[in-house]
Design a protein around this ligand. Structure first.
Ligand code: ADP
Length: 162
C-alpha cells in the first residue's frame, strides 16, 4: 500500500491545495494531510479549524485522511508507514526551499521520497498568506478558496474587527 503524506500549514486550505489533493489521490492508495503547527508562523485559524475545512473540502475524495501534527516529519512518516512526501511547487522560490527540505528529509528518512507536483496554472499565484491579506482588505477570494473557507474567512474578519 503506497501511503503519502501532504504536510503544510493550510492556514487556510486553498483551491491550489485541493487541486494537488485531487491529483495525488489518484496516484497513491492513501494521502494523509498533515496540518502542521508551525511555531514560526502566526496562524489565523486554529489547527482544528484548518483540519475541519480540509476534511469538508475533500469529501469527494475517499482516500484522504486529515490529521494535525507537530514534531519531526520523518517520525510522522514512520508512524504512518508512509514512504512519500507530497509538496506543491509554484515557483523557483518554492523550488529552492523545497529542494533543500527534501534533501534534509532524505537524510533523516532515506526510505522516503519527496514527490513534487507543479501547481495548476490557475492557482500558481494562490497562497494562503495572499488569500488572507486580500480577504482582510475586503477582496473577493472566491476563485482562490472553496466556499466554506471563504465563509470561514468572513467570520474571522468579523471577530477581528469587533
Ligand atoms: P507550508 O507552510 O508548509 O509551506 P502551505 O500550507 O503554505 O504550507 O503549503 C503546503 C504545500 O502546498 C507546500 O508544498 C506548498 O508549496 C503547496 N502549495 C501551496 N499553495 C499551492 C498552490 N497554489 N498550488 C500548488 N501547491 C501549493
Amino acid at each position: 500500500m503506497k501511503i503519502a503524506v501532504y504536510p503544510g500549514s493550510f492556514d487556510p486550505v486553498t483551491r491550489g491545495h485541493i487541486d494537488i489533493l485531487e491529483r495525488t489521490s489518484q496516484m497513491f492508495d492513501k494521502v494523509v494531510v498533515a496540518v502542521v503547527h508551525n511555531v514560526t508562523k502566526h496562524a489565523l485559524f486554529t489547527l482544528d479549524e484548518r483540519k475541519e475545512m480540509i476534511k469538508k473540502s475533500t469529501k469527494h475524495l475517499d482516500n484522504i485522511e486529515v490529521e494535525c501534527f507537530s514534531g519531526l516529519l520523518a517520525d510522522y512518516l514512520r508512524q504512518k508507514e508512509a514512504t512519500i512526501i507530497i509538496r506543491g511547487l509554484r515557483s523557483m522560490v518554492d523550488f529552492e526551499y523545497e529542494s533543500q527540505m527534501s534533501m534534509i528529509n532524505r537524510q533523516l528518512i532515506p526510505q522516503a521520497d519527496t514527490v513534487f507536483i507543479m501547481s495548476d496554472p490557475r492557482y500558481i499565484f494562490v497562497s494562503s498568506s495572499g488569500v488572507k491579506e486580500a480577504a482582510l482588505l475586503g477582496g473577493d477570494v472566491s476563485s482562490m478558496v472553496p466556499p466554506l473557507v471563504e465563509k470561514g474567512l468572513q467570520e474571522k474578519i468579523k471577530q477581528i474587527k469587533i
